[in-house]
Structures are given as structure tokens and as C-alpha cells.
Design a protein around this ligand. Sequence first.
Ligand code: ZN
Length: 343
Amino acid sequence: MSITDDKSRPTYPARRRVLVSGALGAAGLLTLPVILPPQAQASQTEAMPADDGPLAPGWRRFRFGEAVVTVIADGVRPGPGPHPTFGSDQEAEAVGDLMEANDLPRERTASFFNVVVVQTGGSTVLIDTGFGAGGRENGMGRLTARLRAAGIAPDQIDLVALTHCHGDHIGGLMEDGAPAFANARLAVGEAELAFWTSDEARAGERAGNAQAVADLVLPFDDSPTLLADGDEVVPGITARAAFGHTPGQLAYEVAGGARNLLIAGDVFHHPVISFQRPDWRVQFDMDHEAAAATRSALALRAADEGMAVMAYHLPFPGLGYVIRDGETFRYLPESVQNLTDTL
Ligand SMILES: [Zn+2]
């Protein structure tokens, strides 16, 4: 069955693609959406997210060898900056100059929230969960509605694998007090969970985040699979240490055909700064030196191995590849080259 990129299939209000729940059988993960006549859509429209500007319809699908990868936009947040969030150890002028050299605004940026579903080896794995209900009044928390729009029901998820435990990654685990993915187990970095459940985290300035872990992660699964560097998550997906942003962040390497895909969580936050200046300090990173070392090491691997990279906060769909540029790197979004065998 062929998988198509949704952008090649325009939708119109009177003929929106509506997923019929009966199409979600065991072998129906990859079932293409069915178009129903307008009168049949009434009961389905609640499940459809509103189309909203540049993110409509909010998902993209790619194939890497045997793996089918669907990226869901949980939301997008415009904001000021990038300085001092990025390059907090630099003069604002230097950060602005780098933006200008790349034809970007000096003082405006946006953060995206790209949640990924990997279907490989018979498993359906959700990587991170967006903001959940807590983000909806600000336009985030679109994951479950857009999953359905992309033909994946929440109860089809077999495993939720977290890159790390910040609120924008774990907020969607629970919905109305119950797991949002009823049939899924949970996998999380061993070092990550150990930190967020430690006295150090609970008593310090990060107590709020530690409380969110207690409220969301453990109620979702009180005995999650604990992952370390090199562990097989499911056949076809391997955990890779990506420490620094948080004490136990993991990236996930998906075995592809021509190239593997590295789902890199919050290693790379900005399409220019994270690659051209990987050593610049990022306020979100808990251990600045470790985060910078991880950023450079993974960019180098991606560049030298031709590995595709996907990152949570890069412009949707957050997928591209990395090339060397002198001592550092450049990120090229997937749209400049067909990365996958689906396009
Ligand atoms: Zn994040």
C-alpha cells in the first residue's frame, strides 16, 4: 500500500478527508483516509482539528525503509528572541547578526512542537506527547485530534517513548485523569526518570516539573521500561544518549533504508543557531557544556553518516539533514531534497 505525503492531496471544506473508525483495524494503520459525502461527516467533525494557517492540516508522513514516520504538529508558539534564549553567553548584537546573515529576522522566532509516530516492525511508537489539555487555550495540545486526522487512533499506540520529561513533552500523557493512549506501555530514560523523581529535583527550583512527572508519567505507567544508551526500544528503534538538555535525555535512532533517522528531541532547538553555533549557550539546557557536546557530536554523526534528523522544536515537520560547514554545520530542511522514498 502506498503512503503519500498529505501535502500532495489538497483538501477542501466540502470534501474533507474523514477517517472512518472501522478503517482502523489491526492491519489498518496505514489505511488511507476515506472521503465521505458531506452528510456523513457530521458526527466526525468534532474529531477533526480546525485548519489553522501554516500548520493545516497539521501532519506529514514519510517513509524510511520499512519505517513509516508521521509527524504531528502539537502547536506552534511565536515569540521574541532568539537572544537571550539562544546565545545567552553572547552579545545580542552577535546573535542578531547571525540571524541577518541567514536572512532571518533579528528579533523574532517561533518554536514548533513536533510529535512523531514511528510504525515499524509491527509496532506503533509515539515519541513524546505535546502539551495535552494544559496547552489548549494557547493553541497547543492538538496531538490526539491530529493523530485521528492522520488515520491513527490513540488506542493504536503500543508504546510511548519519551525523549525527556519537560512539560511540553509529557503533558499529553494523561487526559481527564486517564492515560490518553489506553493500550500503550511507557519507555523513558533510566537516568531521566531517576533525576525527576529524586529529592534534588523535588526540592529545588525544578519542583514544579518534578510534580508534573509525578502527576503524568507514573500514573500513565507505574513500571515503565527504563532505557539506556544503545537499548533496543522495539525492533528498528534504538535509544541514544543525548544528555545535557536534561540529565537523561534520549534520542531515538530509527533504522531506515538508504539512511537512518535520528529523532533528536531537544538536542537541536533552532534551525540556524543549533547547527551553525552548536556551542552557544541555550537557556533551556540544564547542563550547558554537556548539551553543547551532545549537539556537536550528533550533528557530526548526522553529517558524516547522511543520517536524517528530526527535532521537536524545529520548523514543522522538523525533519532535515545536516552538512558540514567549516568547523560547524548547516541544517537543510527536507523540502530542499527528497529525503525519503515516498516523495
Ligand atoms: Zn521541549
